[in-house]
Design a protein around this ligand. Structure first.
Ligand code: G
Ligand code: G
Ligand code: MN
Ligand code: NA
Length: 254
């Protein structure tokens, strides 16, 4: 209840911010993207995790306003970076199931891109298998419309949810994000090695790119590169960073 009330004021009081985690090409090591991750700094309760407050925001309906704010902020930030001369990259934004089901999603996203003037191919929307499989026909139709507008989509936490391979073929996404639970145990677990390899090969056969999440060590990275994974993100490279720190990180890479 306390969080519920506080959330009504969080946006207006400027307590929300986005951190950005860099994503790297495993081909040439360049930064090719940034995942926007929501942060809430409450004056009394301190920093709150989205894992905690997003489910509440989904219940009380605030997720629509918050989700729109996240999208507008991330798209505006990337436009600002590109205009300022930063090498172009993609910004990845997490969608909530509530946003994905909402009939206004396509209009909302395209309006923000138009308003800001960011070409749609710079935006990647992350959705989970569960979100797509809740109503696969509606999801396929929406993904087709988003794709027609040039907006990319990625399946987040891939491998942890249930999605049939026949549907995966129909989902108009460009990337699978290999869940960090599989990446974590690459270095010692034969099973997780086999799963990661299987996902990379599956993606390749469906013409999808792969990005590994939660990469924390050089040995995980070496295995992923050997198997032909396209991209990676994780603490090994960088944790999610506030804007100024992200800018400094990118500058130091160049
Ligand atoms: O960054 P962190 O590990 O604290 O994120 C925890 C969870 O919150 C992850 O599942 C992540 O996808 C989710 N999350 C982070 N930012 C957003 C956001 O802007 N929108 C939605 N819907 N989920 C987010
Ligand atoms: O559900 P989603 O994949 O969007 O959530 C990403 C979450 O993983 C964020 O909370 C982010 O802070 C966290 N994260 C990012 N990199 C790493 C990492 O290398 N290790 C761990 N344990 N968590 C990570
Ligand atoms: Mn994500
Ligand atoms: Na994930």
């Amino acid at each position: 209840l306390q969080l519920n009330n506080a959330m009504h004021f969080a946006l207006a009081r400027g307590e929300l911010s986005l951190h950005y985690q860099p994503q790297f090409s495993l081909q040439d090591g360049h930064i090719v993207g940034a995942e926007a991750l929501l942060r809430w700094q409450h004056p009394e309760m301190g920093s709150l995790s989205p894992a905690e407050f997003i489910p509440i925001a989904e219940d009380n309906g605030q997720i629509l306003a918050i989700g729109e704010w996240v999208l507008r902020t991330a798209v505006t930030q990337l436009k600002h970076w590109i205009d300022g001369g930063m090498a172009p990259m993609v910004v990845a934004v997490n969608l909530s199931a509530v946003q994905f089901r909402h009939p206004n999603l396509l209009t909302m996203v395209t309006q923000i891109l138009d308003e800001v003037g960011l070409p749609p191919q710079y935006l990647e929307l992350e959705l989970t298998e569960a979100m797509a499989m809740d109503n696969p026909m509606a999801a396929i139709a929406l993904m087709n419309q988003l794709h027609e507008r040039g907006i990319r989509m990625a399946i987040d936490d891939f491998g942890t949810g249930y999605s049939s391979l026949s549907y995966l073929k129909k989902f108009n996404v460009s990337k699978l994000k290999i869940d960090q639970s599989f990446v974590r145990d690459i270095s010692d677990g034969q099973d997780d090695k086999a799963i990661v390899t299987a996902i990379i090969n599956l993606a390749a056969s469906l013409n999808l790119k792969t990005i590994a999440e939660g990469v924390e060590s050089a040995s995980q990275l070496a295995f992923l590169r050997l198997q032909g994974c396209d991209e990676a993100q994780g603490y090994y490279f960088s944790k999610p960073l506030p804007v100024a720190a992200f800018e400094a990180f990118v500058q130091a890479q160049q």
